[in-house]
Design a binder for this molecule. Structure first.
Ligand code: PLP
Length: 385
């Protein structure tokens, strides 16, 4: 078995010191030791969320956090707007529908994000919209929505809730929650936060808590008011994924010691290096429009006669580099390179090199070193400062 290079957009590689936290013996989840770890993790998370709002840690995957963001703040029939740029925007829309909300959507072409003008126009035409759901980083299409542009448009009505899925961005791409007045931000442990899967995190603004008082949708496991009450005592309403919380605390300490801004910078360079390398190959194409191109995941359209899933299998078997496939309508059409979390420039060089050799062996001649060379140039710039 070759060495494992996990370059999918989550779960992402976990550093050894974080993994070792998971090996700690079990503690009472209602005792003082766990209370301290939970409270510290929550405080550290607030720094990563850039918020003074409450942050609640749930034992769930990211989708559980998305469901909590719907079930706790809205009522049957509430008009809401969902920006759909791919599979995860669609998921928000499905959850809203499941809970009986009255949804309007803005649908983006694959590889494009939400246009501010379209958002503004839609909200003007539908002034009764109570909440807007946006995906910060749409993992299926490699699109990052520009929330610095979009959030103020939503907040032209300060009473409207802004809900953001930051599952594949928080910690890697800047998201100043309070500065942008984002009411609810959802993320998960297994992406940029360098932690194994198992936890969702949700930040909740004061305005959102006001909505919570009136919200009549059913909720039980994901009752955030209850989670807030328990957190005051350093506990959770139900048995949490104790080991993952230990791991999360360590991972957050690592990230904050390194510096959030440094993390954003590294991801910017990783994203740029991958994109420039793919362009340099000439035979592959980027799916996402440069304007919205994500710094955490890059979807790639392979040469016409190459099946992306066969290519991935070859790369996995020969070089141990694990890439992701397409999702939804992009299944079988693209492959995706994840470059978020505990991923470094050398990992990217390995991935690009593996892609070059695989394509070369499929008959695409003259590719060797082309992508790697431009990626190295980008990384030389990164390490210069
Ligand atoms: N939102 C985004 C943007 C994601 O990338 C993902 C997972 O890939 C999710 C939501 C769902 O998270 P989970 O698979 O942890 O439920």
């Amino acid at each position: 078995m070759p060495k494992n290079y996990l370059l999918i957009p989550g779960p992402t590689p976990v550093p050894q010191d974080v993994l070792l936290e998971m090996a700690r013996e079990m503690v009472n989840h209602r005792g003082a030791e766990f209370a301290s770890v939970l409270k510290t993790s929550t405080e550290l998370l607030k720094k990563v969320f850039k918020t003074q709002n409450d942050v609640l840690i749930l034992t769930a995957s990211g989708t559980g956090g998305m469901e909590a963001a719907v079930a706790n703040f809205f009522s049957q029939g509430d008009p809401v707007l969902v920006g759909i740029c791919g599979v995860f925007g669609e998921r928000f829309a499905k959850i809203c529908k499941t809970y009986g909300l009255n949804i309007k959507t803005i649908e983006c072409e694959p590889g494009k994000g939400v246009e501010p003008e379209v958002l503004e126009k839609t909200l003007k035409e539908n002034p009764d919209i109570k909440g807007v759901f946006l995906t910060h980083n749409e993992t299926s299409t490699g699109v990052t929505n520009d929330l610095k542009e979009l959030a103020p448009i939503v907040k032209q009505n300060p009473e409207r809730l802004l809900v953001v899925d930051a599952v594949s961005s928080l910690g890697a791409i800047d998201l100043p929650t309070d500065e942008l007045k984002i009411d609810i931000v959802v993320t998960a442990s297994q992406k940029a936060l360098e932690t194994p899967p198992g936890l969702a995190m949700v930040s909740v603004s004061e305005l959102a808590w006001k909505y919570n008082e009136k919200a009549n949708l059913p909720r039980f496991y994901f009752d955030l008011k209850q989670a807030k009450k328990f957190l005051e005592e350093g506990a959770t309403p139900f048995t949490p994924a104790v080991s993952v919380v230990f791991a999360l605390k360590k991972a957050l300490e690592n990230i904050l010691t390194r510096g959030l801004e440094e993390n954003f910078k590294r991801h910017k360079f990783l994203g740029r290096a991958v994109r420039e390398a793919i362009k340099a190959l000439g035979v592959t194409r980027l799916l996402a429009d440069e304007r919205w191109a994500s710094d955490t995941v890059t979807p790639v359209v392979p040469p016409e006669n190459v099946n992306p899933d066969e290519l991935r299998k070859y790369i996995r078997n020969k070089f141990g580099v694990v890439l992701a496939g397409g999702q939804g309508s992009l299944k079988g059409k693209i492959f995706r390179i994840g470059h978020l979390g505990y991923v470094e420039p050398t990992d990217i060089l390995v991935a690009i090199s593996a892609i070059e050799v695989a394509l070369e062996n499929l008959g695409y001649k003259g590719l060797k070193g082309k992508g790697v060379q431009v990626a190295e140039e980008v990384f030389a710039e990164y390490y210069k400062n």
